[in-house]
Design a binder for this molecule. Structure first.
Ligand code: HEC
Length: 166
């Protein structure tokens, strides 16, 4: 799974560059990607109802943002990480805005992210060093970014900002 995801990575980079050049934010499709006869979001203004996956992602982002200070202070608890592991698993079955744009690699990235949260949990239960715990916290965010590079580049800078500088 993860290997398959890696092998498509450089294709994704090109796509990312292309989207960046177009100045597309979040995952709003450009007007030319939307066939006139579908119910797809209209234009580039993002006036559409959030998909279940987008809603799940918003709470993943706010969870991570609200735990950032605790990660930094080294006071993140196992209970808090467990709550994220069970809540964030919803992403694996939530419908996306454009399900046809979800690549086969999605599943591998989702799995990698959840494994990374387990690693973070482990650094707490084993009372690893602050550095090791921060590394695990940041690594979880790196898996968010990896999936986003292929699927949805818009939120990457927001996700990068949640990382804690050691
Ligand atoms: C397995 C792939 C994957 C992972 C891992 C992932 N995302 Fe996403 N994310 C997506 C996709 C796909 C969308 C677009 C959802 C849609 O439009 O239906 C998205 C959308 C978003 C959005 C925009 C939601 C909106 O308002 O439209 C944010 C913010 C976000 N993700 C943050 C995160 C954060 C933070 C993490 C990690 C804690 C994360 N994502 C992990 C694939 C992923």
């Amino acid at each position: 799974m993860i290997t398959a995801a890696m092998s498509t990575k450089h294709k994704a980079r090109k796509g990312l560059l292309f989207l960046t050049l177009l100045g597309v934010g979040a995952c709003n499709p450009t007007a030319e990607e939307v066939p006139a006869n579908t119910e797809a979001p209209t234009g580039r203004t993002g006036m559409y109802e959030a998909s279940p996956l987008a809603v799940a992602m918003r709470s993943m982002a706010t969870d991570m943002e609200s735990l950032r200070a605790k990660a930094d202070a080294g006071t993140l608890t196992v209970g808090e990480v467990d709550a994220m592991i069970s809540a964030h698993a919803a992403m694996t079955s939530a419908d996306a805005t454009k399900p046809e744009d979800i690549k086969p690699s999605f599943e591998g990235y989702a799995e990698a992210y959840l494994i990374q949260l387990q690693d973070l949990r482990e650094t707490i239960t084993t009372q690893a060093s602050r550095e090791a715990r921060l590394e695990a916290f940041n690594a979880a965010l790196t898996t968010c970014v990896a999936c986003h590079q292929e699927h949805c580049p818009g939120p990457i800078s927001r996700i990068e900002k949640i990382k804690v500088q050691p």
